[in-house]
Design a protein around this ligand. Structure first.
Ligand SMILES: [Zn+2]
Length: 215
């Protein structure tokens, strides 16, 4: 086993122990990696053929012997454009050892009435500032492997439920698969030529899809 692979494996095991991103699969499009950790795959997911592969799904953190996974991972090379999943405003840029360079964007209300926030993690670069208003599909930055990214570049993407306190704080992690424009589990690629209703909030894929115009 090469030193490089050994390091990747160690990083992956460490990330799993900490409840981070870990499950590695090959780069590609249109696939959703299955894992023995996925709890019965309750939400079927369909991915358009040009959408970068999901290497790890959301898992709740209340399953015994599993720290959960608070978002999903997109297997994309470093430098892949990361785009806003809906219109909103940039609420926070941060840098932490676990998640590296991050961007949070606050959106309006979902169908259930609560407000949503999206978070984009392990970025290599950020192109927006706090307080900036962004439109759906706007370039926010580039993916990478900053923080504890388990040794391979990917985008970790989360959806948070915000409470109504001021300033709003995240109150829980939600499965992003529940919020696509095209319906639950129906991953929706951002298409610059399509009209989107921005209320209630529904999401489009946080990276461009192959063969779909985005900018
Ligand atoms: Zn992850």
């Amino acid at each position: 086993m090469s030193r490089r692979i050994t390091l990747r494996l160690l990083a992956s095991l460490l990330a799993t122990a900490l409840g981070g991103c870990a499950i590695y699969a090959d780069y590609g499009f249109g696939r959703v990696a299955r894992s023995r950790l996925d709890p019965g795959l309750a939400t079927p997911v369909s991915l358009p053929p040009g959408a970068p592969t999901i290497s790890q799904r959301f898992r709740p953190d209340d399953v015994p012997f599993d720290a959960g996974h608070k978002g999903f991972d997109l297997l994309v090379p470093s430098g892949t454009p990361v785009i806003a999943a809906a219109a909103g405003s940039v609420s926070r840029l941060s840098l932490t050892p676990m998640f590296g360079r991050q961007i949070r964007v606050d959106h309006g209300r979902a169908e259930a009435g609560h407000r949503l926030q999206t978070r984009y993690v392990h970025l290599s670069a950020r192109l927006v500032s706090e307080g900036e208003t962004v439109r759906r599909g706007q370039l926010l930055g580039y993916s990478g492997m900053s923080g504890l990214a388990a040794g391979f570049p990917h985008l970790h993407f989360e959806v948070h439920r915000l409470d109504d306190a001021h300033p709003p704080r995240a109150r829980g992690y939600l499965d992003p698969q529940l919020f696509w424009v095209d319906g639950v589990g129906r991953v929706t690629c951002f298409d610059r030529d399509r009209d989107y209703a921005e209320a209630p909030v529904h999401l489009t894929y946080p990276v461009p899809c192959r063969g779909v115009n985005w900018n």
